[in-house]
Design a protein around this ligand. Structure first.
Ligand code: HEC
Length: 206
């Protein structure tokens, strides 16, 4: 004779129901034994992090914590940090930290093509790159500092980001070989496609 066996669907229903009960009881009774068992199993560091994030709810964020998030750069350059970087050092950093994904010349591999495409926007095969498409050079700084390298975002210094911006703009023919960019000179660059965008006041009328 076979042992009585629950159909799989029933088992998973039972499991789900049990889990739901456990979850609810943990949430409701913060000091229940299952909750404490879970907490005891966590490392001290994790507990401290958990406790301080709960304690932080509803409290104003401090300047130091805020400054790590407050990194937006406006089209006119507001928000750009001190520092500078030149084309040559940008080339070295690009080879070490960017070329694996964007290609040695910025031609694109698994990351976007960053160089070229000038004059293609109105064609049947438009290439929208930083050089051909982006209206503001300051956005390049913001983007790289915020998001690149893809595998280690926000790991670059301001000088490195200025240098990388200088190299990418140089390869697109926008700044000369001896360019060194800082907050003023980056904001002063006029990108080739600056006038290729129209204001979009949504929500509202076009
Ligand atoms: C691990 C791969 C990888 C590395 C390394 C990497 N990138 Fe990227 N990059 C990407 C991917 C993927 C995207 C597209 C991201 C998206 O669209 O969300 C991207 C997008 C970009 C863009 C925006 C391009 C556009 O036209 O939208 C820029 C600029 C850029 N990367 C610069 C850099 C620079 C500078 C470095 C080196 C510091 C770097 N990337 C390193 C993968 C990478």
């Amino acid at each position: 004779m076979h042992e009585p066996v629950l159909p799989v669907a029933t088992v998973s229903r039972v499991t789900r129901a049990l889990l739901a009960v456990l979850t609810v009881s943990s949430l409701v009774a913060g000091c229940s034994s299952s909750f404490n068992a879970t907490r005891d199993a966590q490392s001290t560091a994790a507990q401290t992090g958990w406790r301080s994030s709960i304690d932080a709810i509803g409290k104003p964020i401090g300047e130091t914590d805020l400054s790590a998030w407050n990194i937006d750069v406006a089209p006119d350059g507001r928000g750009l940090p001190d520092g500078s970087g030149d084309v040559a050092s940008g080339g070295r950093i690009f080879a070490a930290k960017c070329a694996a994904c964007h290609g040695a010349k910025g031609e694109g591999v698994i990351g976007d093509q960053l160089v070229g495409g000038a004059g293609t926007l109105a064609s049947a095969n438009p290439k929208r790159t930083v050089g051909s498409y982006w209206p503001y050079a300051t956005t390049l700084f913001d983007y790289i500092r915020r998001a690149m390298p893809y595998n280690a975002p926000q790991s670059l210094s301001a000088d490195e980001v200025y240098a990388l911006s200088a190299w990418i703009l140089n390869r697109n023919g926008i700044v000369p070989d001896d360019a060194r960019l800082d907050a003023q000179s980056l904001a002063a660059i006029r990108m080739p496609n600056r006038d290729g965008f129209v204001p979009d006041p949504r929500p509202g009328k076009l």
